[in-house]
Ligand binder design. Structure first.
Ligand code: ASP
Ligand code: MG
Length: 406
């Protein structure tokens, strides 16, 4: 007997047929003797509709009312799934966040889970009852309903798996696992059997939007084995696990890309101590997250160019901040470029293998792709390139690291 948390995303519960499909999967696990906790999202599209109604209702943004509206999508699916299970002869009960309760911070719209009370659930699980939990929601200390940020039912699922000491957390979605890269772009992309938490975190934050980033952080902290799998097949998916669970570690596990960043170049800045501080200080104060940075050596010994990236959504604001510094910094010019993509190769194997970076640079050079900015971390190398080369770069790197399906 195992205790398993199964989370079903919006496309998996999009209509009654699909809810019946989910119920069938749950029943199968119950019949096999497992204790099952199900976490559901809202039907696909519903949360977007609720968010749109909220903005239509008023231009006064009250995050408490936002939460009380957008949390309702999950109430519908949890009740419908509990009913469907009961109709199949499975003992099931739905739970809203406040009923469990799932205690959260009061940061409405992006609350953090602080504590889950499990005593009552434990009793019912032992008695064979299936708990169907509305994902994405909780209750703040003042009793108001909170939500956990878009995609938050992944985090609900992992948090329940941790709190209930589950053997596994299955995240059912519309893809059959985590791929070496985006299969819509690289036909030879392969489904990974396993990936480490750290790698998954990088993949998730770099645009491979299979899991909410926060859910992966939580899984890593509490060592919850997570499986990403399809609700439309019975194939095993991708296991997200601790590094020591992977015997043969490849150099590179995956290649991710994101178009969420824009590049800013400040030309002709004085090359003296404190210049970087006087640029990046004010950007930080404006809560703008600078990601990649290069500073050139001053050719004339006096001035230099500084290039960096910011979230594309913050580009205009960033330019304003830097324009405001003109008097102080006396730079020559500022230019921006949004036609860029950040491509990253990711792998914990990088820690122990040499030559990973040079292989990346060679592969891109062979295709005539110019690298504009480079940044690295212990398990990731990222390059900024012109966005028109996205496909070419992904394909070239995918073969260079021998990731191609044969
Ligand atoms: N329904 C919420 C959303 O669309 C939460 C989730 O699906 O994870 O963001
Ligand atoms: Mg999701």
């Amino acid at each position: 007997m195992a205790r398993i948390v199964k989370k079903f995303g919006g496309t998996s519960v999009a209509d009654m047929d699909r809810i019946r499909n989910v119920a069938t999967k749950v029943k199968r696990a119950v019949d096999a003797g497992d204790q099952v906790v199900v976490v559901v999202s809202a039907m696909s599209g519903v949360t977007n509709q609720l968010v749109a109604w909220v903005s239509e209702a008023s231009n006064i943004y009250d995050a408490r009312e936002y939460d009380s509206v957008v949390a309702t999508g999950e109430q519908v699916t949890s009740g419908l799934l509990a009913l469907t299970l009961q109709g199949m002869g499975v003992d099931a009960r739905s739970w809203l966040g406040w009923q469990v309760p799932v205690r959260t911070s009061s940061a409405h719209g992006s609350a953090r889970i602080l504590e889950i009370e499990t005593a009552e659930l434990e009793k019912r699980l032992s008695a064979g009852q299936v708990a169907v939990i509305a994902g994405f929601q909780g209750i703040a200390q003042d009793g108001r309903i909170t939500t956990l940020g878009r995609g938050g039912s992944d985090t609900t699922a992992v948090a329940f798996a941790a709190a209930l000491n589950a053997d596994r957390c299955d995240i059912y979605t519309d893809v059959d696992g985590v791929y070496t890269t985006d299969p819509r772009i690289v036909a030879k992309a392969r489904k990974l059997d396993k990936i480490t938490y750290e790698e998954m975190l990088e993949m998730a934050s770099l645009g491979a939007k299979v899991l909410q980033t926060r859910s992966v952080e939580l899984a890593m902290r509490f060592k919850v084995p997570v499986q990403v799998r399809s609700s439309f097949s019975d194939e095993p998916g991708t296991m997200v696990v601790d590094e020591d669970q992977i015997v043969e570690q490849a150099d590179i596990s995956g290649i991710a890309y994101t178009s969420d960043e824009a590049k800013i170049t400040v030309r002709g800045v004085a090359d003296r101590p404190g210049v970087s501080a006087s640029i990046f200080g004010p950007l930080a104060e404006a809560s703008i997250n600078v990601d990649m940075i290069v500073q050139n050596v001053a050719a004339d010994g006096k001035t230099t160019d500084l290039t960096f990236t910011v979230p594309r959504a913050d580009l205009a604001r960033s330019v304003k901040v830097i324009e405001g510094l003109q008097g102080e910094l006396d730079y020559r010019a500022i230019s921006t470029d949004s036609d860029v993509v950040k491509v990253s190769v990711i792998g914990v194997g990088m820690r122990s293998h040499a030559g990973i970076a040079s292989r990346m640079f060679t592969a891109l050079a062979d295709e005539g792709i110019n690298i504009q900015v480079i940044s690295t971390s212990e398990i990731k190398i990222s390059v900024l390139i012109a966005s028109k080369y996205t496909e070419l770069a992904l394909r070239a790197l995918h073969s260079a690291y021998q990731l191609d399906a044969t």
